[in-house]
Design a protein around this ligand. Structure first.
Ligand SMILES: Nc1nc2c(c(=O)[nH]1)N=C([C@H](O)[C@@H](O)CO)CN2
Length: 118
């Protein structure tokens, strides 16, 4: 099964970072997600309750990032993967988490993970 649901460029303002000053201000994070899902089921029913609802997932991921206040991008990425697998039943996902303001000389920096199996 190779179907997916996508979320690209989800922008979240959250407290994240290892330095003292980063614990005081919100910084922009960008989330890209590819999540395995059998899209034939919602296609047949035309019912969003059979779909992996990208609006609900976007809201949950944003809330998580705001509340978790992690130091590392790696910690945040792992937390998002856990909640997608545990709460939404996503079997496989690929996630990129970017922090575009972190290194001024770089266009962006970030981490990428892949969890689960299709
Ligand atoms: N691999 C990582 N390296 C760094 C991270 C991170 O989350 N993962 N974080 C920082 C600082 O918080 C940085 O963003 C401040 O500019 C440094 N390296």
């Amino acid at each position: 099964m190779t179907d997916s649901v996508l979320i690209e460029g989800l922008a979240v303002e959250a407290i994240i970072g290892v330095y003292d000053w980063e614990r005081e201000v919100s910084q922009r994070l960008l989330v890209d997600l590819e999540m395995a899902w059998d899209n034939r089921v919602p296609a047949a029913s035309d019912n969003v309750s059979d779909a992996l609802d990208y609006a609900l997932v976007s809201e949950r991921v944003s809330d998580y990032l705001v509340q978790a206040r992690p130091r590392l991008l790696e910690t945040a990425a792992e937390g998002i993967a856990d909640l997608l697998q545990g709460e939404f039943g996503v079997r496989w996902l690929k996630l990129a988490l970017r922090k575009p303001g972190a290194v001024p000389a770089a266009a962006t920096v970030g981490v990428k993970i892949e969890r689960g199996s299709r």
